[in-house]
Design a protein around this ligand. Structure first.
Ligand SMILES: NC(=O)c1ccc[n+]([C@@H]2O[C@H](COP(=O)([O-])OP(=O)(O)OC[C@H]3O[C@@H](n4cnc5c(N)ncnc54)[C@H](O)[C@@H]3O)[C@@H](O)[C@H]2O)c1
Length: 437
């Protein structure tokens, strides 16, 4: 099949490369000319495991190409995939639809025959109708509009895309359903997990999935703070409830609050949609409030440890990306922590295995260290915010020797409290009865 993918970020690039790996001819479009130039050379503008080899292989095979011009990519395409960003807009949590709208118009102008226009971006319910109207205003060619929400996780995106748990196709047109089923059948050969449904249900499914996960995290974060007050260990509670098959063990890890390019904006957009339609999603709104509080917990604890003021204190922050195995720092809890520490007068030094460049580009009053131990050198406290694997096995003796004062704030409960204390650290975790009561 011939495909055009509009928008080549975390989703579009993985999808474009993944579809081409199954033998499709894929042209990926991005407005960002420098990005396109790099991708043409086989360079990956983002950090995503296994993506580079996938892109290089398909570039070399001639099945994958990049352009800045939608007008070059769309003619002759059977399927046009919209994968542009839908960030939070300026008003009331609503999604900013300007990239979708512009991409839809450009696609409409470039159509030269029937194509299925599929939205992979996360978009509010009703967006397919909006796209249909925008495209129809630009073309007389026939086309179908469909929804195919994406469920990949940054950090494991290639695996998720190539072996999806399920593929959701929102369609209202037989021909579009057939084309999209054919496109995805090779991805789900072992277990046919293609679910065909109406477009609005598909659009809502994506927000429902992200909101459910966000609610789980916020629930565990609130429970962790309660566990501290009542002298319980949230790690034991987590395992206790996770073994119930109705609950399951995933997404029950307390931490410094969730961030990233999806959960925060998607729960706000869902709440906005609910308000627009006279409905409520109070559970989801509460999850956001709890998360905003949780993102300040580490900073509050560090300040409390030093009696409130942090002038003259050097604080190391391990992990800047919003989660491991990505360089994405959008709404990352580390950024909230860093801002609060700087505000309180601390000198902050950060380290992340992948996200140094995006953080440097923010121009914060933050030192960046070349490795994890260099970050800890002379620090009065260390806060672990993102649970990269390399932090789990940290050499605690070396760490203790590097630091000026042995204060560890473990935002992800990755260390064994006893072992860390044996090395002489004052250790504070989340929900493990480690706070002085
Ligand atoms: N990142 C994730 O983990 C993830 C997972 C599932 C769904 N989503 C959703 O997928 C969508 C894309 O997310 P992302 O993280 O890949 O975004 P991103 O910001 O990384 O990438 C979007 C890209 O689209 C390009 N673009 C914007 N307008 C364009 C146009 N008219 N023509 C060509 N290119 C254009 C931008 O230059 C940018 O490179 C969002 O709606 C997001 O909510 C993201």
């Amino acid at each position: 099949m011939r495909l055009a993918v509009i928008g080549t970020g975390y989703v579009g690039l993985v999808a474009g490369a993944g579809f081409s790996d199954f033998g499709n001819d894929v042209v990926c479009v991005d407005l960002d000319a420098a990005r396109v130039e790099r991708m043409r050379r086989g360079e990956i503008p983002i950090f995503e495991p296994r993506l580079e080899e996938l892109v290089k292989r398909n570039l070399a095979a001639g099945r994958l190409s990049f352009t800045t011009r939608t007008a070059e990519a769309v003619p002759g395409a059977d399927v046009v995939i919209l994968a542009v960003g839908t960030p939070q807009g300026e008003h009331d949590g609503a999604a900013d639809m300007r990239y979708i709208d512009e991409a839809a118009r450009e696609v409409g102008r470039a159509l030269d025959g029937f194509a299925v226009i599929v939205t992979k971006s996360t978009v509010p319910v009703g967006t397919a109708d909006r796209i249909r109207a925008l495209v129809a205003a630009e073309t007389t060619h026939p086309f179908a509009v469909a929804s195919n929400p994406e469920f990949l996780k940054e950090g494991d995106a290639v695996n998720d895309f190539m072996k999806p748990d399920r593929v959701i196709l929102g369609v209202d047109d037989e021909r579009a359903a057939r084309v999209l089923r054919n496109l995805y059948t090779p991805f789900v050969r072992i277990n046919d997990r293609i679910m065909v449904m109406d477009i609005r249900s598909a659009e809502l499914t994506k927000y429902a999935a992200n909101s459910m996960l966000a609610v789980r995290i916020s629930f565990m974060n609130e429970l962790a703070l309660l566990a501290e007050r009542v002298g319980a260990d949230i790690e034991k509670v987590r395992k206790g409830i996770g073994s119930d098959p109705r609950i399951g063990p995933k997404f029950l890890f307390p931490g410094p609050g969730f961030g990233g390019s999806c959960f925060p904006k998607d729960i706000r957009a869902l709440a906005h949609t609910a308000r627009q339609h006279g409905a409520t999603v109070e559970v989801v709104e509460a999850a956001e409030r709890a998360n905003n509080r949780q993102k300040r917990v580490l900073a509050e604890r560090i300040k409390a440890r030093f009696g409130g003021a942090l002038a003259g204190k050097r604080i190391a922050v391990w992990g800047l990306a919003f989660k491991p195995e990505t360089d994405d720092i959008r709404e990352a809890p580390a950024l909230t922590l860093i801002a609060e520490l700087i505000e309180a007068g601390a000198t902050v030094v950060g380290y992340d295995p992948a996200a140094m460049e995006p953080v440097r580009a923010l121009g914060l009053a933050l030192e960046l260290a070349p490795d994890m131990y260099a970050a800890a050198e002379g620090a009065h406290a260390l806060a672990l915010v993102t649970e990269w694997k390399q932090f789990r096995g940290a050499d605690l003796r070396r760490l203790r020797a590097a630091m000026a004062e042995p204060n560890l704030f473990d935002g992800r409960n990755i260390w064994d409290p006893e072992q860390v204390r044996e090395h002489g650290f004052h250790y504070t975790a989340i929900g493990r009865g480690t706070l002085p009561r």
